[in-house]
Design a binder for this molecule. Structure first.
Ligand code: ADX
Length: 179
């Protein structure tokens, strides 16, 4: 199979499971000997997008910069895996247009379950009024209309969600089925 670069874009509420799936997918891609990088929102915000906040303007700027890097990686034949809340549909669609080989994965998880997980304790703070503009609590999340893949992390295990993603990537001709 001739290899071409592509971007897998994970979007979903905080604590929905984006980073976990991104890392699991990274291993799968690497085991196929393809060059791969994960662009994780939390990490990007410490370097590439340092100083940006969580207003719509700043989130859009965050996503534009991440999408730009993903485009460069994709263009040289690498696999870019993005894990960012990326709550706004319009800017995700802009990234799709810019990048081209784009697979959007909607990491679906009920808000109540995300609040239960609350990995970093931010939902508790947001619910207590300490964090304004917190996605899901005091800021919107716009689910994708036509994602290539939807995973449901409340009911599926990581392996099951990963299998769905790999199956789609193989159906779309981006990867071989078996490593
Ligand atoms: S995005 O909206 O711009 O795509 P991104 O994925 O980079 O967000 O960053 C989200 C992370 O920032 C969350 O995982 C959380 O740890 C932290 N965070 C801090 N404040 C907020 C907020 N107001 N809304 C959402 N996430 C926040």
């Amino acid at each position: 199979m001739e290899h071409r670069g592509f971007t897998v874009w994970f979007t979903g509420l905080p604590c929905s499971g984006k980073s976990t799936l991104a890392r699991a997918l990274e291993q799968q891609v690497r085991s196929r000997d393809l060059p791969v990088e994960v662009l994780d929102g939390d990490e990007m915000r410490q370097r590439l997008t340092k100083g940006l906040g969580f207003s719509k303007v700043d989130r859009d700027e965050n996503i534009r910069r991440i999408a730009y890097v993903a485009k460069l990686l994709t263009r040289v034949g690498a696999v870019a895996i993005v894990a960012a809340v990326s709550p706004y549909r319009e800017i995700r669609d802009e990234a799709r247009e810019e990048i081209g080989n784009f697979i959007e994965v909607y990491v679906k998880c009920p808000l109540e379950e995300c609040i239960r997980r609350d990995v970093k304790g931010l939902y508790a703070k947001a619910l207590g009024g300490e964090i304004p503009n917190f996605t899901g609590i005091s800021d919107p999340y716009e689910a994708p209309m036509r994602p290539e893949v939807t995973v449901e992390t409340e009911s599926e295990g990581v392996g099951e969600s990963l299998a769905k993603i790999l199956q789609t990537l193989s159906q779309l001709g981006y990867i071989a089925t078996m490593p």
